[in-house]
Write a protein that binds this ligand. Sequence first.
Ligand code: FES
Length: 184
Amino acid sequence: MPKEKVNNTRRKALQITSSVVGAVTVAGFAVPFLSAWQPSERAKALGASVKYDLSKLEPGAMAVVEWRRTPIFIVHQTTEAIKNLPSLNQKVANPALEEGVSRTTNEKFSVVKGVCTHLSCAPKYHPEIEPKAWDEDWKGGFFCPCHGSKFDLAGRVYKNVPAPTNLEVPPHSFQGDTLIIGEA
Ligand code: FES
């Protein structure tokens, strides 16, 4: 075989070998990185949506479920509470009319984060429509015991309280009797 042809054959063989070694090396480094990019089962669970069966929640009752480490308040509104909400538009700082008075697509249920927008205390649920120490004309809602912020049953903050904004509404949707928190 001519010397030049032998050299060409050897060169090709060397090129193939070094490409294979390179690919193996890249793959060897890439695996640990790729596995670091995969969310852990725990992280996946934390980000997952949460389902709640609304059929077991009586009118006037509230359930608390955890979503992304945040308590979510689910309130089954009474007919009277639904009727009262528009009358509170003047008392709340942000009536949130663009969201609809009930702030959900199903006015029978209020779905809000149970975290006061002042300094993150947990507001207490007071659905009773009766005079309270903090409001003689109380129409039901949430009262934050830390510094006295008041929210109506749709989570809208009253005027002249420390909390600056309404209770947040998490992304959610309704499928029949099932509430899905985490998916709009
Ligand atoms: S944390 Fe709720 S009023 Fe301050």
